[in-house]
Design a protein. Structure first.
Length: 84
């Protein structure tokens, strides 16, 4: 889930090695992972009002991982954005 205050959150899964993201998803790289949460840096510009928060890093919670149990810094992931 996203952090409070309208931060951008995501659900993440390992990215397709072919390089493309499925429709409606973005591609990024895991900047840091703290066991139950972490931060992703998108590969491209994302137009969203909350993207200015957290210096453009996107919060991802462990409970939102899809198809993987853990992430590591440097992992390439695809993700959907939401705010709460």
């Amino acid at each position: 889930a996203a952090t409070a205050g309208g931060a951008v959150g995501s659900n993440a899964q390992a990215a397709d090695d072919a390089g493309g993201a499925p429709d409606g998803r973005f591609i990024g790289n895991v900047s840091s992972w703290k066991g139950r949460f972490g931060w992703v840096v998108p590969e491209g510009r994302i137009e969203h009002r909350a993207m200015s928060k957290h210096n453009g890093f996107i919060y991802v919670a462990g409970k939102d991982l899809d198809g993987v149990r853990d992430l590591n810094p440097g992992d390439r992931v695809s993700f959907e954005l939401y705010t709460d």
